[in-house]
Design a binder for this molecule. Structure first.
Ligand code: BTN
Length: 242
């Protein structure tokens, strides 16, 4: 597979999207040491200092319908969680929809972008950002109470190259398994790491604010919640007071 490594880019996501538009093959990966304009979800910036973390984007050309794309994001979240748990030795949780938390603070995030045509996916670009070796003073002061790095939570520095290899081989195994056997295994792993599963949280939508229990995730990426009357509902977008 083609791996493109750059010292400095604006955003691996921008480069990978451009390569995909130009026809880059399935499995093309763009990795950078540093991003000057890293992108987070909901147009937020993503701090990506040189050599401190894993900043990469994967181009995929899955033969599937656009509505299944959220499964790829959930798949990626389980790959990151398993890598952090098994290789780095600290148990993370996955906060819906796809943030990776360690000890209650955000450590990694996933940004999925897609191009589809006539009910078929042309390509998906999966952006993965993991805070690996930042010390506390490397994290912007206003983020210190909500963001952390693997190093801060494991008290050890991690080899980025080796960490990337673990993630990519984990991704490949998980992706092949998903394509051959479907989503069930990912759902199971996601729920194993899911943040506050079985607990009561306060949920706020435009219409109302109420208390509900988180049960897991649905095949379409929705959060499954159990209402007081015992019914299980799907939540697609809401503010959750974690
Ligand atoms: C989020 O949690 O908001 C998602 C963060 C995604 C960051 C990664 S870093 C590699 C790739 N390139 C980007 O500009 N963003 C993603």
């Amino acid at each position: 597979k083609k791996i493109i490594h750059r010292e400095q880019v604006d955003s691996t996501q921008i480069i990978a999207n451009q390569l995909a538009r130009e026809g880059a093959e399935h499995g093309t990966i763009v990795i950078a040491d540093e991003q000057t304009a890293g992108k987070g979800r909901m147009s937020r910036p993503w701090h990506s200092a040189k050599g401190k973390g894993i900043w990469m984007s994967i181009v995929l050309r899955p033969n599937m319908m656009p509505q299944h794309a959220p499964q790829l994001t959930l798949l990626t979240a389980t790959v990151l969680a398993e890598c952090i748990d098994h290789y780095m030795g600290v148990r993370p949780s996955i906060k819906w929809p796809n943030d990776i938390f360690i000890h209650g603070k955000k450590t990694a995030g996933i940004l999925t972008e897609m191009q589809a045509e006539q009910d078929r996916i042309q390509y998906v670009v999966l952006g993965i950002g993991i805070n690996v070796n930042q010390d506390e003073h490397d994290i912007p002061p206003e983020l210190r109470s909500i963001a952390t790095s693997v190093k801060q939570e494991t008290n050890q520095e991690w080899d980025l190259r080796e960490s990337i290899q673990h993630i990519l081989s984990g991704f490949e195994v998980s992706y092949e398994h998903y394509m051959a056997n479907g989503f069930a295994h990912i759902k199971q792993t996601w729920e194993k790491y899911g943040y506050r599963i079985g607990e009561t949280v306060t949920v706020e939508t435009l219409q109302r604010t109420w208390q509900t229990v988180i049960v897991g995730i649905a095949e379409d990426g929705a959060l499954l919640i159990k209402e007081e009357d015992g019914n299980v509902d799907k939540l697609y977008s809401a503010e959750i007071q974690w």
